[in-house]
Design a protein around this ligand. Structure first.
Ligand code: F0G
Length: 467
């Protein structure tokens, strides 16, 4: 039986470089050319399954943590770590729910829209999929401290893995005032060393790279290729829930572009292994106030181009950002990012999945979020960008009403109660303060509390009037 280091290695994404490194090495980019790294496998040695149905055998062995985990039951498709080094806290017990209320809102036929609810993860977001993989790698290489910059969910996830396993100390970098309270409360309670810097996510990301290199701290942001290995499993679970049938569309919010990159790699490998016969199309949805990918792909024509990405386009774009001193701004704080680290991998995902990119306003995001909630599964604002994107793409005729569409709900509703409360509030001042400043003009689907005096007859009258 081949060992993990014989089966897997890290490889530079650039086709003109292609340098390789052992999986025992800790690096966040290629030492020769600076490009992102991929984890690649020698599938002849790894012995992957012959069909995806083989994974069903794991369901009856849920007493084994590696079969219980929604990430590690697919270990054969991410075989970079020996089983005894795998770290799991039971991540990936998530749900694919048919959502007809939301389908109607998006203009899709009943039975066509599914919500992949990643808010059910132990720390309440999809990040646990990737964190269990990066954390496993950190453990493999003997790390004692792990760091990330975060808009709140990566940090909550890292802090949780550190606290639950006591294997490492978490050091998290956040932009002051930039993360939702639900997320901040998690990291503080889990005991992470919380470094709050005067700046936003993009600033924190740059700093954490510098600091982790200088202090030799293991970096778990999605620039870490092992993170993305774990996030591939979201797609395996979608296929599993659809009885291994490929949907027509996967729709995902885009921030630092780790998830979309991971999804593209998952489908690329499944096809290479002959485990699927068709790849779904991918739609990545930016918030209008953080629309780098949309601008680069849809307006400036940036393409993967077999790895020969036109640097002039990205350099010019970054110069424009600098010249205007532009900062990301959206109510969907999780995706308030304009310098996404996974851009090149995401372009590959768009290429592999014949993808499209769209931007949606905060108004559309919050209206979509209210509809998702009204359908019984709540989500945080960034997650609802996927549903807002579905609606837009149906309106544009890109998605057909009868297409089978899966929207990824990346984070739990309770992560960011402030946005929800502000949307449904009866207090116009509060609405203006939190949402009006973001260009949100109305709460189209608000469910406002009925304000009554503390008098029995008045309460009864109000209930009769409104029910
Ligand atoms: N949705 C949620 C709820 C997120 O927390 C994030 C990213 C995204 C979508 C975007 O995913 O970066 O893979 O494109 N949150 C990161 C964080 C940046 O720090 O928690 P992406």
């Amino acid at each position: 039986m081949a060992t993990a280091t014989e089966i897997a290695h890290q490889r530079c994404l650039s086709p003109t470089c292609g340098a390789t490194f052992s999986v025992d090495e800790v690096r966040i980019n290629c030492s020769s050319c600076g490009s992102l790294l991929d984890v690649v496998y020698d599938w002849d040695r790894a012995r992957p399954p012959k069909s995806l149905q083989e994974f069903e055998a794991k369901w009856s062995r849920r007493y084994d943590p590696l079969c219980f985990s929604g990430v590690w039951r697919f270990h054969d498709l991410l075989p970079f770590a020996p089983p005894e080094k795998v770290v799991t806290v039971g991540e990936g017990q998530t749900l694919l729910q048919q959502a007809d209320v939301v389908a109607k809102y998006a203009g899709l036929n009943a039975g066509s829209l599914f919500l992949q609810y990643e808010g059910m993860n132990p720390s309440g977001s999809f990040k646990d999929n990737g964190m269990s993989a990066a954390f496993t790698h950190a453990h493999m290489v003997g790390a004692k401290r792990a760091a990330c910059a975060s808009t709140g969910n990566t940090s909550a996830s890292l802090a949780m893995y550190c606290a639950a396993t006591q294997l490492m100390r978490a050091v998290i970098f956040i932009g002051a005032g930039k993360i939702a309270y639900g997320k901040l409360s998690q990291s503080l309670e889990y005991g992470a060393l919380t470094v709050q810097i005067a700046g936003d996510f993009d600033d924190a990301m740059q700093r954490v790279r510098e600091v982790s290199e200088r202090l030799n701290i293991y970096l778990v942001n999605s620039v870490n290729p092992f993170r993305l290995e774990g996030q591939k499993t979201i797609m395996y679970r979608v296929l599993e829930a659809l009885r291994w049938e490929t949907p027509d569309w996967i729709i995902v919010p885009g921030g630092n572009l780790g998830n979309s990159s991971a999804f593209g790699k998952a489908f690329m490998e499944l096809q290479e292994l002959g485990l699927i016969d068709r790849i779904p199309r991918l739609a990545i949805i930016n918030a209008t106030g953080a629309n780098t990918l949309y601008e680069l792909v849809e307006n400036r024509g940036l393409r993967f181009n077999a790895g020969r990405i036109d640097d002039d386009i990205t350099t010019k774009y970054r110069q424009d950002l600098d010249a205007e001193n532009k900062k990301a701004s959206t109510i969907a704080s999780a995706i308030e990012i304009i310098r996404p680290v996974n851009l090149s991998k995401c372009l590959r995902a768009l290429d592999v999945c014949d993808g499209v990119v769209r931007e949606v306003s905060d108004q559309l995001i919050l209206d979509a979020k209210a509809k998702v909630g009204a359908g019984g599964i709540g989500c945080e604002p960034a997650s609802a960008a996927s549903v807002a994107g579905a609606k837009l793409l149906v309106e544009q005729g890109v998605i057909a009403r009868s297409d089978r569409v899966v929207c990824i709900l990346t984070g739990h509703q309770l992560k960011d109660p402030s946005a929800t409360i502000a949307y449904h509030t009866t207090d116009q001042e509060k609405f203006n303060e939190v949402l009006g400043s973001r260009g949100v003009k109305r709460a189209s689907f608000a469910n406002r509390a009925v304000v009554v005096p503390n008098e029995l007859e008045q309460i009864i009258k109000a209930i009769s009037l409104y029910s």
